[in-house]
Design a protein around this ligand. Structure first.
Ligand code: AMP
Length: 286
């Protein structure tokens, strides 16, 4: 397994693989890898000759009062995990390699960034789109693997790939959870014991929503208030940021369940902001 920090090195390695006819799968991450990341890497390994994992805590996707400086990092552990999973290359750039002095170019998808996480993190998706486009241009993967845990991110990036005619396949991967339902996240490391105990309520609110939808409730307002009530059981330890229902093309808010719906929750557990969602494909599944 190779570990490189410069754009030129990363580009040379993936270019050589492609020249040998080998397909390249990419899993972009911010490191502090867990079983959710591992599931993406495994899938990439199954479907490609070579797998690249990028480990980069991307400063442009953090807002001014967010957790960039204290974002958890353990590169030695990430290297061990990647090596055990058969990764061929870790691209681990320093911020200056991606954003050298004078850097001025950004990618935006404003229409898809107004709802859900874009509302409370107005510059977040601009940072995500910019860094992921750069990774795609540097590494030129055949396929790229993203978790549906960050569903809005997946849909926005998929839109970018289509809009900019990028020649790669976006592969969505299911959310990996703890046995009690909590979605795995690097940020779970911030939780105190008490916070960790109540955090699965976010998942329970989603489970309740699904039960209501299956039972035939179609009014979003009714489902939202039942979900909010579940989170409120542990107020003020849990504080809702949003509970939203959107359709999956334009990510616009829906009031009634009629087609593919993403039901998404963001909540503060203590000071830690966690997100989770369920993706419902049509009403037939319910
Ligand atoms: P991050 O390091 O948090 O930026 O995540 C890197 C990739 O891993 C993104 O595509 C995430 O959606 C994905 N990911 C994070 N947590 C999970 C999870 N619990 N299950 C599946 N994928 C995940």
């Amino acid at each position: 397994m190779e570990i490189v920090e410069t754009v030129a090195q990363a580009r040379a390695i993936t270019r050589a693989w492609r020249a040998q006819g080998q397909s390249v799968g990419l899993t972009p991450t911010m490191g502090y890898l867990h079983a959710g990341h591992a599931s993406l890497i495994r899938r990439a390994k199954e479907e490609n000759d070579q797998v690249v994992v990028s480990v980069f805590v991307n400063p442009t996707q953090f807002g001014p009062n967010e957790d960039l400086d204290k974002y958890p990092r353990d590169f030695a552990r990430d290297v061990d995990l990647c090596s055990s999973l058969g990764v061929g290359l870790i691209f681990h750039p320093q911020p200056e390699a991606i954003y050298p002095p004078g850097y001025a170019t950004y990618v935006e998808a404003p229409a898809l960034s107004v709802n859900l996480c874009g509302r409370s993190r107005p510059t977040h998706f601009r940072g995500v789109l910019t860094v992921v486009l750069k990774l795609f241009l540097i590494l030129e993967p055949r396929r790229a693997y993203f978790g549906l845990k960050d569903a809005q991110q997946f849909f926005i990036l998929k839109r970018m790939v289509e809009d900019l005619c990028l020649d790669l396949v976006m592969v969505p991967c299911p959310t990996v959870r703890e046995p009690d339902g909590l979605a795995l996240s690097s940020r779970n490391a911030y939780l105190s014991e008490t916070e960790r105990r109540v955090a699965p309520l976010i998942h329970q609110a989603l489970v309740r929503a699904e039960a209501m939808a299956r039972a035939g409730v179609t009014q979003v307002a009714e489902i939202k208030s039942a979900m909010a009530e579940i989170l409120e059981r542990q107020a003020p330890l849990i504080a809702k940021d949003y509970i939203e229902f959107v359709e999956t093309e334009g990510l616009t808010v829906v009031e009634e369940l009629t087609r593919d719906t993403l039901v998404a929750v963001a909540a503060y557990v203590g000071k830690t902001r966690l997100i989770d969602n369920f993706l419902w494909k049509g009403l037939d599944n319910k």
